[in-house]
Ligand binder design. Structure first.
Ligand code: DAH
Length: 357
């Protein structure tokens, strides 16, 4: 029995892992193990011998079992120590380069133009995308019967029968923010209002939702010359090239008098859109001297204040600057397109830092 004991205790002490330990357990104290075989021999013994050998065998069995348990716990501790030693993380390491989202070209263009107009002293104003037809039309000198209402392809909000609140529309332009800003801030005033607008229209250069930036400058001594200078400065800064060619065309808008539209020279050769060359013109903005009725609708005295306003298509600016020939792709949410045309979201454009590095 002493031999058995020392044999198994040393095997247990040297067991490398739990599997080895289990093999030893079966061989020693399993049903057919050496200790069990010895116990079977008890039957052949004399009662005196049995009285001595029985408890001794039981004690041996218990001793081997507890040695196995103790060794098992020791092995588990060692395994945990080993895991803790190998599985660690250096939290001071820099993060791994991962695929991050990108800034949509429209957002990028909006950040860029905001930086430019900020340098010119314009602050950013906002208004609701769902507005009353008064702000969207009447206040801008477009009364109910005016053909401009029909031309705008307006989306009207549904009204329940008996609802006597004023009709609401998805704003067809950012011009209603002119009125809201005049009401809120009075004059003198120098603001831009970028944002989404809606019209039922769909082709290569039109989508039902697109973006404009409205501009409004009101003061006591503003002329068309200020408007022209501001727009030329803006376009030069935005396109970051010297050869942008602009065309001012006399036009008509109910909310300005006189009015001008501005086109940029471009070419559409072989499916690529290029700015500053070719025989095509792309219209990018409408502008003019604010109509006295509009100034009055904003609660300001048109005999004291006058000013200029403009509305620029942001999506078209982005198409021209980044050579994107189809406006519809802007809103397809195609990840490959977004990764290709997207911008680093942490690079804020500024005039001194470079607009679109
Ligand atoms: N609201 C016009 C449009 O959506 C653009 C526009 C033209 C805005 C002349 C102006 C302006 O502020 O003075 O077509």
């Amino acid at each position: 029995m002493d031999d058995l004991k020392s044999k198994y205790l040393s095997q247990i002490a040297n067991a490398a892992d739990e599997n080895a330990l289990e093999t030893i357990r079966v061989a020693a104290v399993g049903k057919k193990g050496e200790v069990a075989l010895k116990m079977r021999e008890l039957g052949k013994m004399t009662p005196e011998q049995r009285q001595e050998a029985g408890p001794a065998l039981n004690a041996l069995k218990n001793e081997i079992n507890s040695a196995i348990m103790a060794k098992k716990a020791g092995l588990a501790d060692a395994a945990l120590d080993e895991r803790l030693r190998t599985e660690w993380l250096d939290v001071t390491l820099p993060t791994r380069a991962r695929r991050t989202g990108t800034l949509h070209p429209v957002s990028q263009a909006q950040e860029e133009l905001t930086a430019i107009f900020a340098e010119l002293g314009f602050s950013v104003a906002e208004g609701p995308r769902i507005d009353t037809d008064w702000y969207n039309f009447d206040a801008l000198n477009i009364p109910g019967h005016h053909p401009a209402r029909a031309e705008m392809d307006t989306f009207y909000m549904h009204r329940a029968e008996g609802d006597d609140r004023p009709p609401h529309v998805l704003r067809t332009h950012t011009s209603p923010v002119q009125i809201r800003s005049m009401e809120k801030m009075g004059a003198p005033l120098r603001i831009i209002c970028p944002g989404g607008v809606y019209r039922a229209d769909y082709d290569q250069t039109h989508t039902p939702m697109f973006h404009q930036v409205e501009g409004l400058a009101l003061d006591t001594d503003i002329s068309m010359a200020n408007l022209k200078w501001t727009l030329e400065e803006f376009v030069k800064a935005f396109f970051e090239v010297d050869n942008v060619e602009l065309r001012f065309r006399a036009s008509h808008f109910p909310f300005t008098e006189p009015s001008a539209e501005v086109d940029i020279r471009c070419s559409w050769k072989d499916g690529t859109l290029k700015i500053g060359e070719g025989d095509d013109w792309m219209e990018i903005l409408g502008s003019g001297m604010v109509h006295p009725k509009v100034i009055a609708a904003g609660g300001i005295d048109p005999d004291v204040y006058q000013g200029f306003a403009f509305g620029i298509g942001i999506d078209r600016l982005a198409m021209l600057k980044y050579g994107i020939p189809d406006l519809r792709a802007f809103f397809d949410s195609d990840l490959r397109w977004l990764r290709h045309y997207g911008f680093q979201c942490l690079d804020m454009p500024s005039l001194h830092g470079g607009l679109s590095r």
